[in-house]
Write a protein that binds this ligand. Structure first.
Ligand code: SF4
Length: 284
């Protein structure tokens, strides 16, 4: 039985960077508090907790002398200021792709323009971005919600980094009908999610079973599972290698492996080790 890894899998750039920043602070002896869970992976959060990292729910929970971490989704400028006023030190692990959206929104708002952000208004990334253009930002889920917006002045249109491209383009088209001039449309979608899905899709037709390592509630891992199931019925979303049932691999000649954008490498390594125990060989 051969194990084939998808071409793209596991931590995206922003998540890896955030975890590395936390590790570095721990090495320097800091008492680290993250505002919200650092990443959407229970096992990695538990590992960080064992190293002394605690999750807090509000800036008010930071005690003097502690280091506060802003996670990859980013926060509003108000929240950042509040953290800076309380913490000994603030580590800003906002993903640079998210920072770009924040800066674009801030600049357009400073010019008195409307800002249409296409995404989920309840998502922390969107709450953060809206905070950079408070009087000017309109967060819409899709084109249908653009219809209820007021007339828009010289609008900038940007997207949540994990949005589907077609949703963004349809919404941007709808903005044209509401705008007093040609909108500035900047596609700020990050390719990390799509790259993982494309790589899983490319592999799924060539394997007899597929393991997707990721949180059961992680939306990008659930999406990876459905992409794999389109071509490989024996696709399983697992959080840990213990969930692999050797019976499911009976008769399988090739096994695919991928992992969501919040799945740490050590969990992927443990999964590969478990598959080797069952009799798999990794293919380079
Ligand atoms: Fe950054 Fe993209 Fe990862 Fe989000 S998915 S943290 S934007 S690299």
């Amino acid at each position: 039985m051969q194990v084939l890894l998808a071409d793209e899998y596991g931590f995206c750039f922003g998540v890896e960077r955030a975890v590395e920043m936390v590790e570095q602070a721990l090495d320097e002896g800091a008492t680290v508090r993250t505002l919200g869970p650092l990443i959407h992976n229970t096992q990695e959060i538990k590992r960080l907790e064992a190293e002394g990292v605690a999750t807090i729910n509000a800036p008010a929970d930071v005690a003097p002398g502690e280091t506060a971490v802003i996670r990859a989704h980013g926060v509003t400028p108000e929240v950042q200021r509040e953290l800076e006023g309380r913490a000994e030190r603030v580590i800003d692990a906002t993903c640079p792709f998210v920072t770009k959206v924040q800066k674009l929104a801030e600049r357009a708002a400073a010019q008195g323009r409307d800002v249409v952000v296409v995404g989920n208004p309840d998502h922390p990334e969107m709450i953060g971005v809206r905070g950079y253009a408070p009087q000017h930002a309109h967060v819409v889920r899709d084109a249908s919600e653009v219809a209820s917006l007021p007339p828009l002045h010289a609008p900038l249109v940007v997207s949540q980094t994990t949005l589907k491209l077609s949703t963004f383009l349809e919404a941007a088209d709808a903005v044209r009908l509401k705008a007093d001039s040609e909108p500035q449309i900047v596609n700020t979608i990050c390719s990390a999610t799509r790259d993982r899905q494309d790589a899983a899709r490319a592999l799924a037709g060539h394997v007899d079973a597929f393991y997707i390592i990721g949180g059961k509630h992680s939306s990008n891992s659930i999406k990876l599972l459905s992409v794999c199931r389109e071509q490989c019925a024996q696709s399983f979303l697992i959080e840990t290698p213990d969930e692999i049932n050797a019976e499911d691999l009976r008769g399988a000649r090739r096994v695919g492996v991928t992992a969501g954008a919040s799945t740490p490498n050590w969990l992927i390594e443990q999964t590969l080790a478990r598959l080797r125990e069952i009799g798999a060989e990794e293919q380079a």
